[in-house]
Design a protein around this ligand. Structure first.
Ligand code: XMP
Length: 317
């Protein structure tokens, strides 16, 4: 019968046989699938694996540094690339969500490509594809068919003449988590909420600017840390903050302010296809609202999204 330990044992053996002394490149996202793929390949081929982790300027606060450190702690051979400015430049003035996604996806491929080309003699591109992605990419169900598209560095395999290796291709998400546990990956990494590839880029409604990214990172970090310290993080499937393109009036001392609104979102789900908004405690929401308004310059109003999917999607764009 299937156990995580037997999966690790046979897969490492198979990877060794398949890859021999070949060099492999992998794009890490900070998510569960690519992390487990990286650790598994590291067990099999060690330093012949090079991982690339790109800061697209749309990650959560401190995410780049902290994820990079945990990868290094796990012994992965990882290159961190600060490409923030390139993403911000190319997103300047862009408001259409799908156009944002395209730009972010294209930039990721370009940055990854430049880094991968610097490596000598790479033969394989590893990907954290899991079984639901395999099914998703053959079915035509609207937006979800393109959801993962940015993760796949399309065009690169042909261009660099790379073969593809996808060790998690037959696993479901819960199996991936169990394999990760068998590989001693920390719960902190394995239990992470899903986070969209385009990141905060699709949680800033309207155009993306570095200052808006800063505001959203601050508010999001207060909310996510709050969920953790109130022991709510593991009870929620996904959570985040959305920066709305709305200003409203507030007062601060004797001054009248005209500043931004954020919406908090927290949902319960099993696969993201349907989702219910979570009945977070009022006391918690009150705390979060106060803390965000007091600490984040530029935000004077906080609302909570009480819409379920369908019809309201998890992301706002
Ligand atoms: P929606 O908003 O469609 O989201 O209810 C369902 C799940 O998919 C994630 N999502 C994305 N993930 N690239 C991704 O990698 C995307 O463009 C994208 N759009 C939505 C969303 O965070 C949720 O987990």
């Amino acid at each position: 019968s299937w156990t995580p330990d037997s999966f690790v044992e046979t897969t490492v053996k198979e990877l060794k046989a398949k890859l021999g002394n070949d060099k492999v490149v992998l794009g890490l996202s900070g998510g569960v699938d690519s992390s487990v793929t990286g650790v598994l390949l590291n067990e099999a081929i060690g330093k012949n694996l090079t991982c690339i982790f790109v800061d697209n300027g749309l990650l959560r606060k401190n995410e780049f540094e902290s994820v990079l450190h945990s990868y290094e702690d796990m012994g992965l051979n990882v290159i961190g690339v600060d490409a923030r400015q390139k993403f911000w430049d190319d997103l300047k003035g862009i408001t259409d969500p799908e156009q944002k996604r395209k730009i972010i996806g294209r930039n990721f491929i370009e940055v990854f490509d430049v880094e991968a080309q610097k490596l000598k003699d790479v033969k394989w591109l590893a990907q954290g594809t899991i079984y639901p992605d395999v099914i998703e990419s053959v079915s035509v169900n609207g937006p979800s068919a393109t959801i993962k598209s940015h993760h796949n560095v399309g065009g690169l395999p042909e261009k660099m003449n790379l073969k593809i290796v996808e060790p998690l291709r037959l696993l479901f998400k819960d199996e991936v988590r169990r394999v990760g546990k068998a590989l001693n990956i920390k719960h902190e990494l394995l239990g992470r909420h899903p986070f969209p590839g385009p990141g905060l880029g699709i949680r800033i409604l309207g155009d993306v600017t570095p200052d808006k990214v800063r505001m959203l990172q601050e508010a999001d970090s207060i909310f996510i840390n709050g969920l953790r310290s109130w022991d709510l993080y593991d009870k929620v499937w996904q959570a985040g903050v959305v920066l709305l393109p709305i200003q409203s009036v507030g007062v601060m001392g004797d001054e009248r302010t005209y500043e931004n609104t954020v919406a908090l979102r927290a949902v319960a789900s099993t696969d993201g296809m349907t989702a219910d908004w979570v009945h977070l405690p009022y006391e918690f929401l009150a705390k979060m609202s106060n803390e965000i308004i007091n600490k984040v310059r530029g935000i004077n109003r906080v609302v909570y999204d009480i819409s379920s999917k369908p019809p309201a999607t998890i992301e706002w764009e």
